[in-house]
Design a protein around this ligand. Structure first.
Ligand code: DGY
Length: 320
């Protein structure tokens, strides 16, 4: 008998066809994303769940007596209550590797557009503010040969470092839970304490997971340590940053600019003070959002789900 699964996210037709070969599939039919309460009602007897960022809570698990596997179409997994999943023996998987270069490309898009004020100056042109003789009002800061400080040097951080070193002749510092001697030797990146990284980097970039240790890592003290000419980039998770402190740093020009793909609450309230700052470039959490990469992520998550239900070890288990 095929296992029952519930698909809580729209997925490409070919991925759905693959799932149907191996499982009885029920799915969320609406255009809008499913809420955690709706998922709790929908899960029923499913043994497997395919989700993308929907919170998996203790309450949902209590309502899912047959659940064996939760497969997340995302590399980040802060939406999962890992302790609750482990205590019930439910396996959890995610989708590393397939999105690394796509997210690294987006990180560079934000580095360049925040440093050279691309969005702000696009508005200048459209609003008729462009006049002959303008000089320093249009100045940005250089990216080439600058020092990039990466906080969190995992696979995606390494891809960003490669772009920085080989494409832009940048010097790269990193801070990480563990030192990476092999990456240091291969790429020429240098380990730095948080303080040294914040004080000496021209661009400070967050690329680490959201955990209880990293929540609120970037606050007023950290922004105060950064150079006044520095650019801050977040392509990781919003709650790693104290947004009130970031707004103050941007408004008081304690830093030059920020580029943000992620926010404390998503979607961010359009009246949020961050969006009143002209020196910030914002995006709606699109790190991995290309058709090709999202298809690969959905296929990888589908493979993880079916393999785990079949008892195979060929899965991307969420790390301990
Ligand atoms: C992820 O997969 O965690 C990314 O944030 C998606 O953009």
């Amino acid at each position: 008998m095929k296992p029952q699964i519930y698909v809580a996210r729209r997925i490409p037709a070919e991925v759905e066809a693959y799932l149907k070969e191996h499982a009885e599939v029920r799915k969320w039919e609406q255009e809008r994303p499913i809420t955690k309460d709706e998922l709790k009602e929908e899960v029923g007897d499913a043994e497997g769940l395919l989700i993308a960022g929907t919170p998996i809570t203790e309450e949902l698990l209590a309502n899912a007596p047959n659940l064996k596997v939760v497969s997340n179409i995302s590399v980040g997994y802060n939406n999962l209550n890992i302790d609750a999943l482990r205590s019930r023996g439910v396996l959890a998987t995610h989708t590393p590797y397939v999105l690394d270069d796509t997210v690294a490309d987006l990180a560079f898009t934000l580095i360049l557009s925040a440093s050279r004020r691309v969005v702000e100056l696009d508005h200048w042109v459209r609003d008729g503010k462009w006049q002959k003789g303008q000089e320093d009002e249009l100045f940005g800061v250089d990216v080439h040969h600058a020092t990039l400080g990466i906080i969190g040097l995992g696979r995606i951080g390494e891809r960003i470092a490669r772009r920085a070193i080989f494409g832009f002749d940048m010097k790269v510092l990193y801070n990480n839970r563990n030192r990476k001697p092999q990456v240091e030797a291969e790429l020429g990146v240098s380990y730095a304490s948080m303080e040294e990284l914040l004080k000496t980097s021209d661009i400070v970039l967050l690329m680490l997971p959201l955990t209880e240790e990293t929540r609120g890592l970037m606050g007023a003290r950290e922004f105060d340590m950064m150079k006044r000419s520095a650019v801050f980039i977040n392509v990781a998770r919003g709650p790693i940053v104290d947004e009130t402190a970031l707004v103050e740093a941007l408004q008081q020009r304690k830093i030059f600019a920020a580029g943000l793909d992620v926010f404390d609450r998503e979607p961010i309230d359009p009246n949020h003070p961050l969006l009143q700052c002209t020196n910030v470039v914002t995006l709606p959490h699109i790190g991995s959002a290309t058709a090709a990469t999202r298809t690969k992520m959905a296929q990888r998550a589908a493979n993880n789900l079916i393999h785990a239900l079949q008892g195979s070890k060929e899965i991307d288990l969420i790390p301990e």
